[in-house]
Design a protein around this ligand. Sequence first.
Ligand SMILES: Cc1cc2nc3c(=O)[nH]c(=O)nc-3n(C[C@H](O)[C@H](O)[C@H](O)COP(=O)(O)O)c2cc1C
Length: 262
Amino acid sequence: MNITKLSVVFFSATGRTHKAAEAFVKALPLPARWIDVTAASTAEQAHTFGPEELVVFAAPVYGGRIPAQAAQRFARQKGTQTPAVLLAVFGNRDYDDALLEMQEVAQAAGFVPFACAAPVAEHSLMPGVAVGRPDEADAQKLAEFAGRVWQTLAAAPSAHALAVPAVKGNRPYKAYPSIPFKPMASKACVQCGACARACPTGAIPLDHPNQTDKTRCISCMRCVAVCPHGARGVNKLLLEAAGKVFALKFGARKEPEFFIGK
Ligand SMILES: Cc1cc2nc3c(=O)[nH]c(=O)nc-3n(C[C@H](O)[C@H](O)[C@H](O)COP(=O)(O)O)c2cc1C
């Protein structure tokens, strides 16, 4: 196949998924168009892709799934037997059903997800887990994977010759857990609205950015990451305590996993 265009459709609350996707994409021989579907304001975007394009879908793993908002925004894209690479980026615990879920969404939207990976990135909620990842070794593995992806495409006469690989995961998918950490604004909040504009779920009212709608918040930590005044955060003591227990259980280095259909 002669691939003429490369696009990356990504959801990345705190930039770690983006970093892993970048390490993969920069090893491909085409310039990429980056389509960011993270903020709620970008949710309606819908693009159509042809059979000679390659689309990379990248999302973080939350509770062993991908965020529902990412799944919905990926489902709006339209493939025409378009080859796709799926990246489910996880924080060194597990990716459980996330890749399987991404495969289902991509296939229903007209894509052929012949290559799938679960890269590891620093945990965006639990402090001190997988710090600095993806690191050099991860980037090298992602680059090698990109080489194999490109060779597979070059060897296939058309997308019909590409196979979707078996990945780990179970149906029905894991129930999405309720996460007790909902960031709040402190007195340092100047109500600039940067968090409200960036929030993936519209949980922060644009006219009252010092508030949080806990029923909408998915604990993605994006508001904490984008606040220029360090004015948003979760209960530090609780998070540190939870982080210590988590790091004991899931601190040992895990390696990324890669799958290409045969
Ligand atoms: C609410 C929440 C749930 C998470 N659940 C998991 C999980 O189930 N397994 C895991 O290994 N990492 C989990 N993580 C870590 C993220 O998957 C990981 O840090 C990811 O790279 C974050 O990407 P982002 O910066 O693009 O949002 C979770 C992070 C958050 C904020």
